[in-house]
Write a new protein. Sequence first.
Length: 115
Amino acid sequence: QVQLVESGGGLVQAGGSLRLSCAASGFTFSIYDMTWYRQAPGKEREFVARITRSGNTYRADDVKDRFTISRDNAKNTVYLQMNSLKPEDTAIYYCRTTRGPNDYWGQGTQVTVSS
């Protein structure tokens, strides 16, 4: 079955960096778009970045200059490189993919940015 497992979160000071990973299994990873979302306490889950199967990328405006999404199809893994982190980036970060009508999410990884 489809599994998405995020890792790489943690506690970092403002201005620091983290790289999140999302390891995928149970489907042909290379032919699906992959997306990162995040959810801060008390807020709605929001889009962060997406990478298409052909490698095109899209990022939310507030992370565009700081975060980079990439994928390694040989490792069935999507990454989110986060630089110049801010306290407002504190959230649980999730990866997601869709296959037809089905929607798959990982369990999330916590990112906490201290000021």
